[in-house]
Design a binder for this molecule. Structure first.
Ligand code: SAH
Length: 258
């Protein structure tokens, strides 16, 4: 998979993309992530990328021409790669007015061979960019950042993590929070007792059936306590449905485990 990121501040992206799991995935050729400096597509002696808004008001707005130059160059680079006939680049503008990014959207994007992520800055981006040059806008949540770079990192990270071979454990994404529309159960590692809190006995029992049941119950309980909204759309088994009904009647996991 290829991910191109367009930014006025490439330095904000290079270091995080070089570390840990993403850095290793890139080094191993599992994902080709490239960062592009928007200023290289700005023309004139001063390479201007932003101007004050028409109609007044504070701040600066990114001009359309440098963004058009960057996006069109990347779409063309994509078509060259596509001699083999894969799908065209999917160009995403990061912005608070976009569709909300989620695990479902990450799973949708990982099926695309080529993503282009465009980072806004200052007071945002000329509206004609979203109208004419991008395929969609994505927001990472209801808050405002100083620029799209952290949002592009969020999208690149969540998508890359789903590519085959990126995580040591192939089945990990299937067990993560949101995989089935639920939060993950609590996790523990050594030591067995930390400041007088012991790891639940069942996890040390070696009984895989009991462990699986405990994890399912705790995943459901945690979702019930913290994100009951997720239960409205989660796809539950009949046993999970029974447990949820029991929570609704005031029962807790301790009442439900034998
Ligand atoms: N004036 C704009 C905010 C501009 S913030 C408004 O009120 O909508 C500057 C840039 O940061 C945006 O162009 C966008 O690329 C990025 N950004 C800010 N918040 C974001 C969010 N929640 N999700 C994705 N990108 C965001």
């Amino acid at each position: 998979m290829r991910i191109d990121i367009v930014s006025l501040f490439p330095g904000m992206l290079e270091a995080p993309l070089a570390e840990s799991i993403l850095g290793r995935a890139r080094a191993r050729g599992l994902v080709d992530i490239r960062v592009h400096d928007l200023r290289e597509h700005a023309t004139g002696r001063h390479r201007v990328t932003d101007e004050p808004p028409f109609g007044g008001g504070g701040g600066m707005i990114l001009k359309p021409e440098p963004l058009a130059g960057a996006i069109e160059a990347l779409r063309a680079a994509g078509s060259a790669l596509r001699a083999a006939g894969s799908a065209p680049a999917h160009v995403i503008l990061l912005g608070p007015a976009g569709r909300r990014f989620s695990q479902v959207v990450a799973r949708e994007l990982v099926r695309r061979p080529h993503l282009v992520l465009v980072c806004g800055r200052y007071e945002g981006v000329d509206e004609r960019v979203s109208e004419q040059l991008v395929d969609e806008e994505l927001s990472i949540g209801d808050y405002v950042l100083t620029g799209g770079e952290p949002a592009a990192l969020v999208v690149a990270d969540a998508v890359t993590r789903l590519l085959p071979g990126v995580l040591g454990d192939e089945d990990a994404p299937a067990r993560d929070s949101f995989a089935r529309g639920l939060l993950e159960h609590p996790q523990y590692t050594r030591p067995e007792v930390f400041r007088s809190a012991a790891v639940p006995e069942v996890l040390r029992s070696g009984d895989h059936g009991r462990i699986a049941r405990w994890r399912t119950l705790m995943s459901l309980w945690r979702t019930w306590e913290r994100r009951p909204d997720l239960l409205e759309t989660a796809d539950l088994t009949p046993e999970e449905q029974k447990w949820t009904d029991a929570f609704r009647q005031g029962r807790t996991p301790a009442d439900l485990l034998d």
